[in-house]
Design a binder for this molecule. Sequence first.
Ligand code: MG
Length: 376
Amino acid sequence: MFAPYAATDQASRGRRYSEPDPANRSQYQRDRDRIIHCAAFRRLEYKTQVFVNHEGDLFRTRLTHSIEVAQIGRSIARALGLNEDLTEAISLAHDLGHTPFGHSGQDALNECMKAYGGFEHNLQSLRVVDVLEERYAEFPGLNLTFETREGILKHCSPRNALVLGELGQRFLEKKQPGLEAQLVNIADEIAYNNHDVDDGLRSGLLTVEQLCSVALFAEQYNEVRQRYPVLADRRAIYETVRRMINRVVTDLIENSQRLLRLSGVQGIEDVRQHPTSLIAFAAETRERSAELKRFLRRNLYAHEQVTRMMNESVKVVHELFTAFMQDPQLLPPQYQDKWHEPENAGDTARRARVVADYIAGMTDRYAVREHARLLG
Ligand code: MG
């Protein structure tokens, strides 16, 4: 059923704390199920992707984004003979460490934490599943397999990689993760590029005319208009986005099949040793996808209406951080307990991490409410 280079239970590097094998599921199904049952996963529903959660009911949130990544990832995994369960687990967990308010929230928290080791959302996602979710009697965190954790940790600074042991190794040696991890990385990009076109148009921040300057959009849009001349605008956009996804996914499958064949990799360890990623677009699609990404950065993510709201949220994060650092009694009891743990005594960096964990876990609306409650 699996291609020889797929991740399998047999080839897994296992879990940090040993457990009996699952009875009726695979190891990666178990990982996925644990992720779905954790609190950080439920909070994704109220965290910003691009638009703040309360701006409209139709826009993507981090939860619906993660589900779209899983959908795209799974269909590619199946076509390539990769492990669909592992792909789904990584997809659903890949954004668990995101702060409220999207990237500006993360940048703000990183700035607050500058003197205390910084804040990286990828590393935070790993911290959520390794440490912060306390749900099981036998071990801290969710005790996920090495392969799921490897996929969650998409990027990592060399300084942080040094303290991560086996998991950090590849960032120091510039090696690759397994194919399912490589796949989710691109599925993430395919998902947000396309749903942000859809959300951007729906919000009125982008126009069809503007988007027609982007080859990937123009090609599909013109074809749809030609073939269905009287289709309502909204429906023409849906049809265009659907075709755009299909266009890049098809390219990714075909090109990756070619790369895998040429590479001669025989197993997941070969994949990890291979100098380059084997799940990749062909050159033309890669360039077109980059063009769309640049367009969205310039016209949507940097749109005045988006940045104005983001500036507001940067202020919320900064002021919450300062308030908790000055007066830890403002923290909820379980975070106060962590602040006062003996190993944190006199260690401002460790105490700042407690505050960062609390803020990072907040949803958009919870952060706004806490800010109003504490700071008026
Ligand atoms: Mg993502």
